[in-house]
Design a protein around this ligand. Structure first.
Ligand SMILES: *[C@@H]1O[C@H](CO)[C@@H](O)[C@H](O)[C@H]1NC(C)=O
Ligand SMILES: *[C@@H]1O[C@H](CO)[C@@H](O)[C@H](O)[C@H]1NC(C)=O
Ligand SMILES: *[C@@H]1O[C@H](CO)[C@@H](O)[C@H](O)[C@H]1NC(C)=O
Ligand SMILES: *[C@@H]1O[C@H](CO)[C@@H](O)[C@H](O)[C@H]1NC(C)=O
Ligand SMILES: *[C@@H]1O[C@H](CO)[C@@H](O)[C@H](O)[C@H]1NC(C)=O
Length: 509
C-alpha cells in the first residue's frame, strides 16, 4: 500500500514536470554582475523544476546545470569596463549628457546580441514558450515576443520607474514618489515646490525618452524585426508580468497593478552551503563576534592601512573577502583575516556576524535586511557611491560614509556607534522580521507568477485597460482641459450676460 501510493506520487510528480515543462528564454545582456546575480537563482530554479532554460548572459555557469544552457555574448564583455565608470550617481549629477553616452552603449549592446551567431541560429531554428528579460535599456528586444510568439516577463533589478510602469499600465504617484533622478535629495514629504519640480522632471524625462532615446531603439527594432506586424511602442505594451527587486521595507509602500510583483530577496538561497573546516573553526573561536567585509575593489594603500588600523582596535574577528590582499607592505592586525572563495550567504546566515561592511551595493543592502545585520557602506575609490540614494540611511539599519568622511577618527566613531550601541542592531533585527514575514518566499512567488503566465498563455486577463491609453487619456488631461475651458467659458458668459442685463436695467431707468 505504502509503496503503491509512493510510486503514484512519484509518477504524478513526473507527469506534472513533463506536462508543465516549458522552453524559456532569458535575455540578460546588460554587462553588470549585480542584475544577473539577482535573476540567476530564478532561472536555475525554473530549470530545476523541469523547464528548459536558455540564458543569454555574460556570466556563464562554471559547472553544467541540468536543463540549463548559456549563450554568451563575448562582444558585450568588453563593454563592461566602460560601463564601470557609469553609475546612477553620475547620471544624476550630469543627467542628460551622461545618458546620451549610456544610450550609445545600450545600442551597441543590443546590436551585439542580434548579430551574435548563436542568437541568430536560435531565432531561425527554435521556439520558446516564455521570454524573461531585463528591461533597462533593452527596448529593441521587445520584438522577441512576436518573433517567438511567446509571452514576455520583465525583470527590474531595482524597483519600478516610469519606463517600466508603462509596460503594464502602472502609475507612480508623482505627489509622493520622487523621480529616480531626484531620489537622493528628496526622501521626506514633498512640499508644493518639490512636487512641482517632480512633475517637471517627469515631463522632461518623458520627452527625452520618446524623442531622443526611443528613436535609437526603434532603429534597431526595425532593423532586426523587419517582419514585425506591430511598432515598438505597441510591442512595449505586450508584457504579461513585471517582477521587481523591491519591497516596502526597503523603499516605501506604493501602488502596483496586479501583474507587477515585488520579489526582493529572491536571490537569497533558502539553504546555504556548509563552510570549510578552517573557517568554521575560526568562527567558532570568535567569542566576541565577527565583522564581515566584502570590499573587493581597489583601495589606495593609506586608506587600506587606515581601515586596518581602526579594525585592529576592535575585539571582533574581522573576515575580509577580497582579492587585493597581496599588498605585502600592509600591517595586518592579528584579528583581521583575508579570505576568498567563501560563500557569502553561508557567512551572513551565521548568528555571530555583528556587522557587514560593503560598498553599499543594492543586493548587499537587501541581504543586510534579510539577515538582520547592521551595515556600513564605504565609498568606492573611483568616487562612485553605490548607495547613491542613501538607502542605508533611510532604512536605518546602518551608516553610509562618503569619501570626505574616510578619516580615522570618523571611521572609528562610526564603527563604535554600529558595534557598541544597540540601536542599529535592534533596527536591523526589526527590519529583518518585517521583511521576512511574507506569505511565501519571494523566489516561490516569482515562480508561481511565471508559471501562471505559462498556464494562461500570457494571462491577458491580468492586463489592465490603462495599458492601451495615451498619456492624455490615462491622466484624464483632455478631460481636465475640457472642463477648465468649459468653466472659463461659463464664467465669461455669465459675466457678459450679467453686464448686459445691468446695462439694460440702467438704460431702462
Ligand atoms: C574609468 O575611470 C578611471 C578613473 O577615473 C580611468 O582611469 C579609466 O580609464 C576609466 N575607464 C574607461 C573605460 O573609461
Ligand atoms: C504579444 O504577445 C503574444 C504572446 O503573449 C504574442 O503571441 C504576440 O505575437 C505579441 N504581439 C506583439 C505585437 O508583440
Ligand atoms: C521576413 O519575411 C520574409 C518573407 O516572408 C522572409 O524571407 C524573411 O526571412 C523574413 N525575415 C526575418 C528576419 O524573419
Ligand atoms: C572554492 O570552494 C569550493 C567549495 O568550498 C571548492 O570546491 C573549490 O575548489 C574552491 N575553489 C578555489 C579556487 O579554491
Ligand atoms: C490593447 O490593444 C491591443 C491591440 O491593439 C489589444 O489586443 C488588447 O486587447 C488591448 N488591451 C485591452 C486591455 O483592451
Amino acid at each position: 500500500m505504502y509503496f503503491a501510493s509512493l510510486s503514484l506520487v512519484l509518477i504524478s510528480a513526473q507527469l506534472l514536470t513533463t506536462i508543465n515543462a516549458a522552453h524559456i528564454l532569458g535575455i540578460f545582456a546588460f554587462p553588470g554582475k549585480g542584475p544577473y546575480s539577482f535573476v540567476e537563482p530564478l532561472l536555475k530554479e525554473l530549470a530545476l523544476r523541469g523547464h528548459h532554460v536558455t540564458s543569454i548572459t555574460n556570466y556563464p555557469q562554471s559547472k553544467p546545470v541540468k536543463n540549463f544552457r548559456d549563450i554568451v555574448i563575448e562582444k558585450n564583455q568588453h563593454l563592461f569596463d566602460e560601463f564601470k565608470n557609469f553609475s546612477i550617481e553620475t547620471i544624476g549629477s550630469n543627467h542628460f549628457e551622461t545618458l546620451g553616452t549610456f544610450y550609445n552603449k545600450a545600442y551597441e549592446m543590443s546590436h551585439n546580441v542580434f548579430t551574435n551567431e548563436a542568437v541568430r541560429k536560435l531565432r531561425q531554428t527554435e521556439s520558446f514558450d516564455l521570454i524573461i528579460m531585463d528591461v533597462l535599456f533593452t527596448e529593441s528586444f521587445y520584438g522577441f515576443g512576436e518573433d517567438f510568439g511567446a509571452p514576455m516577463v520583465a525583470i527590474s533589478p531595482w524597483g519600478t520607474m516610469t519606463s517600466i510602469d508603462e509596460l503594464v499600465g502602472n502609475t507612480t504617484p508623482l505627489s509622493y514618489i520622487p523621480n529616480m533622478i531626484m531620489l537622493r535629495h528628496y526622501n521626506q514629504n514633498m512640499n508644493f515646490w518639490r512636487r512641482s519640480l517632480n512633475v517637471a522632471v517627469y515631463i522632461l524625462e518623458r520627452i527625452h525618452y520618446y524623442y531622443t532615446y526611443m528613436p535609437m531603439q526603434r532603429k534597431i527594432y526595425e532593423q532586426h524585426f523587419p517582419n514585425a506586424s506591430k511598432s515598438i511602442t505597441e510591442a512595449q505594451k505586450n508584457f504579461s508580468l513585471v517582477l521587481l527587486n523591491d519591497h516596502f521595507v526597503l523603499t516605501t509602500p506604493r501602488p502596483y497593478v496586479p501583474n507587477m510583483i515585488e520579489v526582493a530577496g529572491m536571490h537569497i538561497p533558502s539553504q546555504v552551503e556548509p563552510l570549510a573546516e578552517d573557517i568554521k573553526r575560526m568562527l567558532h573561536e570568535a567569542q566576541q563576534g565577527v565583522i564581515y567585509i566584502t570590499v573587493n575593489s581597489f583601495l589606495p594603500q593609506y586608506i587600506f592601512q587606515m581601515v586596518l588600523n581602526v579594525l585592529g582596535n576592535f575585539d571582533q574577528l574581522v573576515l575580509w573577502n577580497t582579492q587585493y590582499h597581496t599588498l605585502h607592505t600592509l600591517q595586518i592586525p592579528p584579528n583581521v583575516h583575508f579570505i576568498s572563495n567563501v560563500s557569502h550567504h553561508s557567512l551572513l546566515s551565521l548568528p555571530n556576524i555583528h556587522l557587514l561592511i560593503t560598498h553599499g551595493e543594492y543586493l548587499c543592502i537587501v541581504e543586510s535586511i534579510h539577515y538582520g545585520i547592521p551595515i556600513l557602506s564605504l565609498p568606492r575609490f573611483d568616487g562612485l557611491n553605490e548607495d547613491y540614494v542613501n538607502n542605508v540611511k533611510k532604512i536605518g539599519n546602518g551608516i553610509s560614509l562618503s569619501w570626505d568622511q574616510m578619516r580615522e577618527r570618523i571611521l572609528s566613531k562610526t564603527l563604535n556607534d554600529l558595534l557598541a550601541t544597540d540601536r542599529y542592531r535592534r533596527e536591523a533585527k526589526l527590519k529583518s522580521k518585517q521583511f521576512r514575514d511574507q506569505q511565501n518566499p519571494p523566489l516561490e512567488r516569482a515562480i508561481y507568477w511565471i508559471e501562471y503566465v505559462l498556464r494562461f498563455q500570457g494571462a491577458h486577463h491580468l492586463r489592465n485597460l490603462g495599458q492601451n491609453l495615451t498619456i492624455w487619456e490615462f491622466y484624464n488631461l483632455d478631460v481636465f482641459l475640457y472642463l477648465s475651458l468649459a468653466l472659463i467659458v461659463f464664467v465669461w458668459f455669465s459675466y457678459m450676460s450679467l453686464n448686459l442685463m445691468l446695462k439694460l436695467i440702467m438704460n431702462a431707468k
